[in-house]
Ligand binder design. Structure first.
Ligand SMILES: *Cc1c(COP(=O)(O)O)cnc(C)c1O
Length: 364
């Protein structure tokens, strides 16, 4: 019996492995050497997850006033960086009131509004024209600024005594492996360090963002933190600070969505396994368009055959995994979707169809 079954959970249940998560974060930080590790709260802002991570990270990146207030409440002393497009005046004022350490400024207008408010340490978010072959998502769009706007912002900060330019922020792509991300880091620092020195920044900081690859088709594989951290250590001049802010690659592996089979049926030649819950709890497979990795926890024997795992929602989009091999399943059997610790519960449309919410469990 696996622990998830033995504990006789009320399904559906999210089960977070906090001890495993802490160990994983610790290993990442050790591999990073002197590069600072911030956690991107948007991947999973669960309070218990934040608390489990806190001893193993240098800070948290928040992207809204809501995340800011929540993380500050959960971790009163943790260093915070505040990023994201479309910050309101209220959010900027809240950031100053809650002693945010770094504000990642996204546009000249945002800088002008921040100037009206009061003292702040700023990283300017750069939208550099670097392509990343193999990226799942390139952050083209409303994020960051071109060189001429960056120059204008740096000059404007130089004329504003209560604002301090600390460095550059560049989160340009996601889903990259260590060699690709190191290559990108090299190109970012090659541009940013001389640029910052030219603008008189003496202890430059470069935030390289997140986006470390998580491969849902290979649950055993991990981003090569040793290669990445070693490469960054070599690339970092002694007076500079490098910082990263991953989300998915930190928490994805330490959450499971565990639920039981309600029905199994074959219609028009397709076999469907209908599970309690659905993508309104675990939106990840719908958001990424993949078959989510899972394990059958009930001991089973018998030949595998293809079936589609769905939830309880009245929409054909409520699919966890399509045409995947499963043993003969019957109502009551228990399935755990693995890799459900990031962009899972917190990105889901919880109240669609008004089914009960899952229960939450924390393994310490
Ligand atoms: C989403 C985001 C991250 C985290 O990305 P992951 O893919 O979860 O590592 C980091 N920085 C910024 C600015 C982001 O928008």
């Amino acid at each position: 019996m696996t622990p998830d079954l033995a504990r006789d959970l009320t399904y559906p249940a999210y089960v977070y492995d906090l001890a495993g998560l802490a160990g994983h974060a610790d290993a990442i930080r050790a591999a990073l050497g002197g590069t600072e590790l911030f956690y991107a709260a948007k991947a999973n802002p669960d309070t218990e997850i934040l608390r489990a991570l806190a001893p193993h990270i240098d800070g948290v990146e928040v992207s809204s006033g809501g995340e800011l207030a929540h993380v500050r409440r959960a971790l009163p002393d943790v260093p915070l960086a505040f990023g994201g497009p479309g910050k309101t005046d209220e959010e900027l004022a809240q950031a100053l009131a809650l002693n945010v350490d770094r504000i990642h400024v996204e546009s000249p207008r945002e800088l002008a509004r921040l100037q009206m408010l009061g003292p702040a340490d700023v990283l300017l978010r750069a939208n550099l024209p670097l392509t990343a072959p193999g990226a799942v998502l390139t952050m083209n769009g409303p994020f960051g600024m071109d060189e001429h706007d960056l120059d204008a912002c740096a000059r404007s900060i130089a004329g504003t005594p209560h604002l301090t330019l600390r460095g550059i922020h560049a989160h340009l792509a996601s889903g990259l492996d260590a060699p690709a991300l190191l290559d990108m880091a090299g190109r970012i620092t090659a541009w940013a360090l001389p640029w910052l020195r030219a603008h008189g920044v003496t202890e430059p900081e470069i935030n390289l963002g997140g986006g470390m690859a998580v491969d849902y088709t290979a649950p055993e594989e991990r981003f090569d933190w040793t290669a990445y951290g070693g490469g960054l250590t070599l690339a970092r001049p002694p007076d500079a600070t490098l910082r990263i802010e991953p989300g998915r690659a930190i928490t994805a592996y330490h959450g499971r969505y565990v639920t039981d089979v309600l029905d199994v049926k074959t219609t028009r030649g397709e076999t469907y396994v209908i599970l309690r819950g659905g993508t309104h709890h675990l939106r990840t497979p719908a958001a990424k368009g993949h078959s989510h990795p899972f394990e059958v926890l009930t001991p089973k024997s018998g030949p595998l055959s293809k079936a589609t795992l769905v939830g309880q929602l009245c929409t054909p989009k409520d699919v966890f995994a399509r045409d995947v091999p499963v043993p003969p399943l019957t109502p009551g059997d228990v399935i755990a979707f693995t890799m459900a610790g990031a962009y899972a519960w917190n990105i889901s449309h919880h109240d669609f169809l008004m089914h009960p919410h899952p229960t939450f469990h924390y393994v310490r």
